[in-house]
Design a protein around this ligand. Structure first.
Ligand code: 13P
Length: 256
């Protein structure tokens, strides 16, 4: 974890209506006020962003969206612009989640455009990368991770400028929603590789400051061991973020 502030994010995916969302974020807000050492974020569906923002009030919980389009506006039926997310109260946006890549045909090129647009609008991108089981079994994990980094962060790479607040999330596809977590060592290996890639392209100052989250079946009982790894700085939590109890236990990994 180094000197980086831990970051625990809940990706609610396509779950929870507005009243359920408000109830959940209120329960989290009531119980995380004693967590000044950890950054907390929730990413509800678009329809609940505004009400969750209101429910957060003055609590220290960041609000993220799960996706956005890169254009500022126009004839893009079904899409949401970066400015719309800012207006709804978002500070962050998750980009390139594996479900978007595999189910909605998102490419690295699209993610690159989105990352650039997010930063242009003052949003902090949380950019997801990760290999499938097949790619891992074929021994192609590092090749794939390098390619996703090279392409999804192409603009930052070419500009030789990476905003330090940008967050990367390693989510091995085989660990998402399967109950099969990467072992802390398996995750650390990839996180270390990602940090090395950052160092190659942006220098060690940037690489040491940027946070890299792990995602994929994170639960209260495996968070502490994952967070003990030197290059794992936080968690992007799916299923376990939908219940206040489990999400709070994860956010309080220090105490578990
Ligand atoms: P699970 O925690 O349900 O495996 O989901 C992980 C994830 O995809 C978070 O973005």
């Amino acid at each position: 974890m180094g000197d980086r502030k831990p970051f625990i994010a809940g990706n609610w995916k396509m779950n929870l209506n507005r009243s359920e969302s408000v109830k959940l974020v209120r329960a989290i807000a009531e119980r995380i006020s004693d967590q000044p050492g950890t950054d907390i974020l929730v990413a509800p569906p678009f329809t609940a962003l505004s009400v969750v923002k209101d429910a957060i009030g003055s609590a220290k919980i960041y609000l993220g969206a799960q996706n956005m389009h890169w254009e500022t506006g126009g004839a893009y039926t079904g899409e949401v612009s970066p400015a719309m997310l800012v207006e709804a109260g978002c500070t962050h946006v998750i980009l390139g989640h594996s479900e978007r890549r595999s189910l909605f045909m998102e490419t690295d090129e699209m993610i690159d455009r989105k990352a650039r647009a997010a930063v242009g609008m003052g949003l902090i991108p949380i950019i997801c990368i990760g290999e499938t089981l097949e790619q891992r079994e074929q021994g192609r994990t590092f090749q794939l991770i390098r390619s996703q980094l090279d392409q999804s962060l192409k603009n930052f790479r070419e500009q030789k400028a990476m905003p330090l607040t940008t967050i990367l999330a390693y989510e091995p596809v085989w660990a998402i929603g399967t109950g099969r977590t990467a072992s802390p060592q398996e995750a650390q290996e990839v996180h270390q590789f990602i940090r090395q890639w950052l160092k190659e392209h942006f220098g060690s100052g940037t690489a040491e400051k940027m946070r890299i989250l792990y995602g994929g079946s994170v639960k209260p009982d495996n968070t502490k061991d994952l967070m003990a790894m030197p290059d794992i700085d936080g968690a992007l939590v799916g299923g376990a973020s939908l219940k206040a109890d489990t999400f709070i236990q994860i956010a309080r990994f220090h105490a578990e």
